[in-house]
Write a protein that binds this ligand. Sequence first.
Ligand SMILES: [Fe+2]
Length: 70
Amino acid sequence: MLQFDLNLEYEVTLQLKSAIALCETAQDYQSRDMLLTLLKDTEEDHAHWLEQQLGLIEKLGLQNYLQSQI
Ligand SMILES: [Fe+2]
């Protein structure tokens, strides 16, 4: 489930970067700035948290990870 969520965040990242490029082409800097905020959240918060959780599962093992969530 976490891996699927992370894959989706990566897809969102690509889509946001594409939309940001489109905004720059259209000289729509207000929309670009709004999308940049979303991109920052996606990369630095959402995807980062999911990568951390998957890293913990790899290091601790699924059973120990799940116990730590209680
Ligand atoms: Fe997200």
